[in-house]
Design a protein around this ligand. Structure first.
Ligand SMILES: *Cc1c(COP(=O)(O)O)cnc(C)c1O
Length: 357
């Protein structure tokens, strides 16, 4: 029996996508082989990767002067690739809104000067800090944000006002809400939250920002190399890109990103409304910065939290334990989590509340 999987990543994939992959597992089209066994230089595979790129462009409305790349090394490799490729003055501004932004800043510091313009560490990253432009660098190569903070459950609803090139880690919110690509110089996302299986990382980068990497940058870390070779410089993660393509076809069938955003808002509201009215559970994030994708909550009692996680698991709601640095619970409700999954979770939480208060 398939469970409702609230994992922060790797996370649920649409069942239709898994079934389609299953149907095509041993024989893809007329090729007589699986996608895993196929040359990445073959016509069949070329169609797959070209379609994947075309779907990203269509669904995210990517302007023509941006490259769409499928890379390896996870979102974490982008923490190094971004400074290595974008640093001309060797200076960048970072907003520290959680573990992933912190790690990105630490990695960038190996190569460039990093200015931490604001942080919400004082309150366990439970809000998005207000920014004071006076703290911004005058000559920053880029301004870095983590758009949706997977661990703490916050997200930006207003983008920072800066003249610098805006760079965002959108690993946990890509295609969950409409994002205006033209406002950014670079966006990246590891696939394993909203786009497909682990192993492929989506990078969307403006043309003029590539081709200037720092001396000594490894070939595989140079955006220009991947852009010139249409993400086929070396063997790409072929199967992961194929499943990502199936996920994007599913996104399109759902009506695209704007339609999914409506559903995601509905799902998140259901859970937040319950948390705000509950006598037992409460959300940990200030209302104005709440994520649509990752919803942390607590009872305030560690033993009761553990009991909840255990009983939820027995009832078919799995991976609700919060990140080890926050404790409590976290429900990750990415695109593939059906409305019904959240409805049933809320019903289960109400029952648990009645029994434990
Ligand atoms: C999961 C996650 C990462 C790390 O991704 P990897 O692919 O494991 O390197 C980075 N940033 C955010 C926002 C994430 O959610």
């Amino acid at each position: 029996m398939r469970v409702y999987n609230f994992s922060a990543g790797p996370s649920m994939l649409p069942l239709e996508v898994l079934k389609r992959a299953q149907d095509e597992m041993t024989e893809y089209g007329k090729s007589g082989m699986s996608v895993m066994e196929m040359s990445h230089r073959s016509k069949d595979y070329d169609d797959i990767i070209k379609n994947a790129e075309a779907l990203v462009r269509e669904l995210m409305n990517v302007p023509d002067n941006y490259k769409v790349l499928f890379l390896q090394g996870g979102a974490s490799s982008q923490f190094a690739m971004v400074p290595m490729n974008l640093a001309r003055n060797k200076k960048a501004d970072y907003v520290i809104t959680g573990q992933w932004a912190k790690k990105a800043a630490q990695e960038a510091e190996k190569y460039i000067e990093v200015n931490r313009v604001a942080s919400s560490a004082d309150k366990t990253f439970s809000y998005i800090p207000k920014l004071d432009p006076a703290s911004f660098s005058k000559d920053a190569d880029y301004f870095y944000i983590c758009y949706n903070n997977t661990i703490y459950g916050t997200r930006y609803t207003l983008l920072p006002e800066t003249d610098a090139v805006l760079v965002a880690d959108i690993s946990s919110c890509v295609m969950s809400e409409v994002i205006d690509v033209s406002k950014f110089g670079l966006l990246f996302a590891g696939a394993q939250k909203n786009l497909g299986p682990a192993g492929v990382t989506l990078v969307i980068v403006r043309d003029d920002l590539i081709g200037n990497c720092l001396p000594g940058t490894p070939t595989m870390f140079d955006y220009e190399i991947h852009a010139k070779n249409d993400s086929l410089y070396n063997t790409p993660p072929t199967y992961a890109i194929y499943v990502l393509k199936l996920v994007l076809e599913w996104v399109k069938e759902q009506g695209g990103v704007a339609a999914l955003q409506k559903i995601n808002e509905k799902k998140a509201k259901m859970l937040y409304d319950f948390l705000d009215s509950s006598k037992l559970f409460k959300g940990t994030v200030v209302p104005e910065d709440r994520s649509l994708m990752n919803i942390p909550f607590v009872t305030g009692n560690d033993e009761l939290d553990a009991k909840f996680v255990k009983e939820a698991k027995e009832a078919g709601f799995v991976n609700l334990k919060g990140h080890r640095t926050v404790g409590g619970m976290r429900a990750s409700i990415y695109n593939a989590m059906p409305v019904e999954g959240v409805e049933k979770l809320v019903r289960f939480m109400k029952k648990f509340e009645a029994e434990n208060i």
